[in-house]
Design a protein around this ligand. Structure first.
Ligand code: SAH
Ligand code: SF4
Length: 369
C-alpha cells in the first residue's frame, strides 16, 4: 500500500492504543477518551475542533498524528429507499456501504475488505478477487462518515458486516473495529446491535466466540457438502459438518439466535426436499433463517426461482418450526442488494474495471475474471 502519510491515524487505534500514544507524549490517560469522543461522538477530523484540549497539545497531536476517514464519493437511492454509498479510500480504492430502511431506523451494511478472495460462484464481489483488507479506520469510518454527513446518520441503529468481503478473513482489523464501534468512548453501539456475517471460516468463528459476544450470521446456501463445495470453495477447507458443530457451540448474546442465510437459486438448492434436508441438518441449533432469492447480475450463472417455489421452501421451514424470513431484495436496481456490491463508480460492474485508482496514476487491478 502507498505511504501517503507516515503519521499514524488515530482512527486505527483502540482506546488502549490511543492511551499508549498519548502517554508517550507525557499526557494524562483520560485525554485519550476525550480525543476518541471527539472522533466518534462529534465526527471531528481536525484536532482544532477539540475545544477541551489545550492549544499546545492540539499542535503536538497535529504534528504527530492524523484522523482520516473514507470519503463519501457518491450516494445512490433506490425506489424502496435503500441507499448505496460509495466511499473512496486514501489509496484510491473504492468500497461500498448500504443503508437499509427499517420501520423506525436504519441498518448499515458495511464492507470489511476491498473485494473478496473466497470465490463463491454466486457473488459478484467474489468474482473480482481480493484487492486488500480494510483497516479498522476504514471499517468504522464507513459508520462515522455517514453518521455525521447524512440525514439518516443519527438513526443508524444496527450494523451488519455483510458488505464487500469476508470479515473473518480480516480478523484482527474487524475485531479492533468491533471494539471501537462498541466502546463507550467510541461509536457506543451495543454488541447486540452488531452482526458479523461469514461464509464459514470455522476456526475463526470459534475464535470470535472466545473474543467477543456478538451476533453471528452464517451464509449456508446449500443443504449438503457436495453442493456447498461447488458453490462455496471455502467448504472444501471447512466442511459443513464442522461448521455446524462450531455454530452449535457459538456463544450468542443472550436470547439471540444465529442467522443462517440461504440464497435460493433456481433448480440448484430450492426444492422442498432441500428445505427438509436443511431443517434436519440444523435440528437443535438455536437459529433462524434468512432466505435471499438470488440477485442476478450481468453474466451471473444462476437465476432467481419463481415466487411459488420460494414460498414453498419458506413454508417447509416454518412447518419444521424455524423462524424464517424471506428477505425482499433491497435496492436491486442500484446494485445494492446482497452479492451485487462491486465498489465500482456508478454502481455498474464492468469487467476488468479496477477496485482502485492508484494515486500515482497507475492502476492496480481487482483480481482475475
Ligand atoms: N462474506 C460474508 C459477508 C458478505 S456476503 C458472507 O459470505 O457471509 C453477504 C451475503 O450476500 C451472504 O449471505 C451471501 O451469501 C449473499 N450473497 C452473495 N451473492 C448473492 C447474490 N448474487 N444474491 C443474493 N445473495 C447473495
Ligand atoms: Fe466473499 Fe461473502 Fe461474496 Fe462469498 S458471498 S465471495 S465470502 S463476499
Amino acid at each position: 500500500m502507498k505511504n501517503y502519510d507516515a503519521k499514524p491515524n488515530l482512527s486505527d487505534m483502540s482506546l488502549d492504543e490511543i492511551e499508549g500514544f498519548i502517554a508517550r507524549l507525557g499526557k494524562e490517560k483520560y485525554r485519550a477518551r476525550q480525543v476518541m469522543k471527539w472522533i466518534y461522538r462529534a465526527g471531528a477530523t481536525d484536532f482544532d475542533e477539540m475545544t477541551n484540549l489545550s492549544k499546545v497539545f492540539k499542535e503536538e497531536l497535529e504534528k504527530l498524528a492524523r484522523i482520516a476517514l473514507p470519503l463519501i464519493e457518491e450516494i445512490q437511492e433506490a425506489r424502496d429507499g435503500t441507499k448505496k454509498v460509495l466511499f473512496r479510500l486514501e489509496d484510491g480504492c473504492f468500497i461500498e456501504s448500504v443503508l437499509i430502511r427499517e420501520k423506525n431506523h436504519w441498518t448499515q451494511c458495511v464492507s470489511t475488505q476491498v473485494g473478496c478472495a473466497m470465490g463463491c460462484r454466486f457473488c459478484l464481489t467474489g468474482r473480482y478477487g481480493l484487492e486488500r483488507n480494510l483497516l479498522p479506520s476504514e471499517i468504522v469510518g464507513q459508520i462515522t462518515a455517514l453518521r455525521f454527513n447524512t440525514p439518516e446518520g443519527e438513526n443508524i441503529k444496527n450494523i451488519v458486516m455483510m458488505g464487500m468481503g469476508e470479515p473473518l478473513a480480516n480478523y484482527q482489523n474487524v475485531l479492533k473495529a468491533i471494539m471501537i464501534i462498541t466502546s463507550d468512548a467510541g461509536a457506543g453501539f451495543s454488541k447486540r446491535k452488531i452482526t458479523v456475517s461469514t461464509c464459514g471460516v470455522t476456526p475463526m468463528i470459534r475464535k470470535l466466540g472466545e473474543d467477543v459476544s456478538i451476533n453471528l450470521a452464517v451464509s449456508l446456501n446449500a443443504p449438503d457438502e457436495k453442493r456447498r463445495s461447488y458453490l462455496m470453495p471455502v467448504n472444501k477447507k471447512f466442511p459443513l459438518k464442522g461448521l455446524i458443530a462450531a455454530c452449535r457451540e457459538y456463544p450468542m448474546p443472550r436470547r439471540r439466535r444465529i442467522t443462517f442465510e440461504y440464497i435460493l437459486m433456481n433448480g440448484i438448492n430450492d426444492s422442498e426436499k432441500d428445505a427438509r434436508t436443511l431443517a434436519a441438518l440444523l435440528r437443535g441449533v438455536h437459529c433462524k433463517f434468512n432466505l435471499i432469492p438470488f440477485n442476478e447480475f450481468p453474466g451471473s450463472e444462476f437465476k432467481r426461482p419463481p415466487d411459488k417455489k420460494i414460498r414453498a421452501f419458506h413454508d417447509v421451514l416454518v412447518q419444521e418450526h424455524y423462524t424464517t424470513m424471506t428477505r425482499p431484495s433491497k435496492g436491486d436496481e442500484i446494485s445494492a442488494a446482497c452479492g451485487q456490491l462491486s465498489g465500482r463508480r456508478g454502481g455498474r460492474p464492468l469487467p476488468n474495471q479496477p477496485f482502485c485508482d492508484s494515486v500515482d496514476g497507475k492502476q492496480s487491478h481487482g483480481g482475475d475474471i
